[in-house]
Ligand binder design. Structure first.
Ligand SMILES: C[S@@+](CC[C@H](N)C(=O)[O-])C[C@H]1O[C@@H](n2cnc3c(N)ncnc32)[C@H](O)[C@@H]1O
Length: 195
């Protein structure tokens, strides 16, 4: 696995706009909706919001990111996911919330590296002609749409008012073995955490 030097080129403060940490509630909802395999790769882990919940649920998680977040929940930094040629040994699924600007590239590349790919994405990811290959290629097995809005994902370093989340999100599940149309499910993060 390449330990690239690119992470050192720009300081974290210049890259912080890539970081919107997933609310743990979203991961609890995923655990209720999908049976995840034992060994998972979170390749854009940030400080480890998804990683922590998956590990607490008993999964082995390899946590990498381009940036060093100086977090105990991050295993590796300097890993540019889009340059990785293979998944770490034993990985059975990729689970992440990717940088939004690169979401399509992340999804396509992840499916090349791993048979099961699960990403937290804006529901609007379903739109766009540009994403036809990744959306209509036959491997998008399930979409779990949140029927209640997730807590807001504020940009790292955000000091403004905390507002409610105006954006609908969903977990997108790609499975190389999937055949047939995409199934749509509605999930609740409040139910997942017992509200
Ligand atoms: C939207 S944040 C989500 C962080 C984390 N996955 C979570 O859910 O809390 C996107 C993350 O992608 C990372 N990132 C951006 N470009 C990357 C790349 N090419 N390879 C790996 N990670 C990248 C950023 O540093 C940031 O941590």
């Amino acid at each position: 696995m390449a330990l690239l030097s690119t992470a050192g080129k720009a300081p974290l403060k210049d890259r912080a706009d890539d970081l919107y940490e997933s609310p743990p509630e979203a991961v609890h909802a995923l655990l209720r909706a999908e049976k995840l395999p034992p060994m998972i790769w979170e390749p854009a882990c940030g400080p480890g919001s998804i990683v922590r919940v998956l590990r607490a649920a008993g999964h082995r998680v390899i946590a990498s990111d381009l940036v060093d977040y100086d977090s105990a929940d991050q295993d590796f930094h300097g890993w540019d996911f889009l340059s990785e040629r293979r998944a770490p040994d034993g990985v059975q699924a990729i689970v992440t919330n990717p940088p939004f600007k690169l979401a399509s590239e992340f999804a396509a590349h992840a499916l090349e590296l791993c048979p099961l790919v699960i990403m937290l994405l804006r529901l609007a990811f379903l739109e766009s002609e540009r994403r036809t290959a990744i959306l209509d290629g036959g491997h998008l097995a399930r979409v779990h749409v949140f029927k209640n809005r997730l807590p807001m994902m504020h940009r790292a370093g955000w000091t403004g008012p905390k507002v409610s989340n105006p954006t609908p999100f969903a977990w997108f599940v790609w499975d190389r073995d999937h055949k047939g149309p995409t199934q749509l499910h509605r999930v609740s993060w409040e139910a997942a955490i017992g509200c």
